[in-house]
Ligand binder design. Structure first.
Ligand SMILES: Cc1cc2nc3c(=O)[nH]c(=O)nc-3n(C[C@H](O)[C@H](O)[C@H](O)COP(=O)(O)OP(=O)(O)OC[C@H]3O[C@@H](n4cnc5c(N)ncnc54)[C@H](O)[C@@H]3O)c2cc1C
Length: 288
């Protein structure tokens, strides 16, 4: 099937893009890497009145910048750029590691961080990384800009809190925790995840863990932080009993779907196993 007719707009500046989104009264769609949007248009799952192609805006939206302790990644930064960026390697190793699990080389050459977040796939690796790294998503309209914590950004399956006239312009990452680990179970390498888990924390005085964050993908309608599990680990040293208790608490946010990739029971079975495994790896000092 072919896409329904739409107007094609190629703005030369971000301001022009914002104006085009406003002019189309919420009926236009932003075209970034096209890796999710174009298949959806082809299947007529979407019939936007216009596509606002932001691929000419790399000067404004395609940069990775170190600003003090913060790292700012423009919405149009492609997965492949994240994979090879020395700034990301030094400051956000989890983000760089996680990107390797997304699609194949062709997808990573085109797909963008902004597109991945706006797509809000409940199994999306980029979404999980942004949650665990406590990122802030920056959205703009002709009226101004707002900051949305990643923890408040995902509203449901393939749904975010972005308004139709809003352009996601950047993602801001604070200083990353010292230790991060990621695990993903898929049907095959680079397929969409059945379950993904990311954990992050820093080691403070007397071996106590601080800033603990545990993110789960594929086990609810959106990627989520297992907050009760993280709270049980915060400010403490970890032994097997502490880790086992946290892994059990992680189940509090699990409401796993049954879908073509896996059954709910299988996903639920995997969660405590892999949360426990990643926490043990952190406690044993393996860094990523
Ligand atoms: C074969 C294949 C395998 C894949 N495997 C994976 C995988 O393993 N894991 C995974 O997470 N994803 C996977 N994907 C999806 C891929 O990650 C997409 O690239 C991503 O979901 C969307 O990024 P994009 O830049 O291509 O956005 P587009 O497809 O251009 O846009 C996606 C959506 O986001 C909106 N949008 C884009 N940019 C902005 C912006 N700046 N502001 C506001 N709205 C915006 C669009 O309007 C559209 O609704 C796969 C895709 C393919 C084709």
């Amino acid at each position: 099937m072919k896409a329904a007719p739409f107007e094609y707009v190629k703005p030369a500046t971000v301001d022009e893009a914002l104006q085009a989104l406003e002019d189309h009264l919420g009926m236009a769609r932003v075209l970034a890497g096209g890796q999710s949007l174009l298949p959806m248009l082809g299947m007529r799952l979407m019939r936007p009145s216009a596509l606002v192609d932001i691929n000419g805006l790399a000067g404004e939206l395609g940069r990775i910048e170190a600003r003090g302790s913060e790292t700012v990644v423009g919405a149009l930064v492609r997965y492949a750029t994240i994979e090879s960026s020395p700034v990301v390697s030094e400051r956000l190793p989890l983000l760089q590691h996680i990107v390797q699990y997304i699609g194949d080389r062709q997808v990573r050459n085109r797909g963008t961080i902004g597109g991945a977040l706006a797509q809000a796939d409940p199994t999306g690796e980029m979404a999980l990384a942004c949650l665990v790294l406590d990122a802030t998503i920056v959205a703009r309209t002709t009226q101004g800009e707002r900051d949305i914590p990643a923890a408040d950004f995902f509203a449901g399956s393939y749904a975010s809190v972005l308004e139709p006239e809003e352009l996601l312009v950047a993602v801001r990452f604070p200083l990353a925790p010292d230790h991060c680990r990621f695990f993903e179970r898929g049907r095959k390498h680079n397929d969409f995840a059945v379950l993904s888990v990311a954990v992050a924390a820093s080691r403070g005085a007397e071996g106590r863990w601080e800033g603990v964050r545990i993110g789960l993908g594929g086990v609810n309608d959106r990627p989520l932080l297992a907050e009760a599990a993280a709270a049980a680990l915060e400010g403490r040293t970890w032994d097997d009993a502490t880790i086992d208790a946290a892994a059990a608490l992680a189940m509090e946010v699990v409401d796993a779907p049954d879908d073509v990739r896996a059954g709910a029971a299988y996903r639920e079975h995997l969660v405590p196993i892999h949360v426990r495994r990643l926490l043990r790896e952190l406690a044993q000092g393996e860094q990523r």
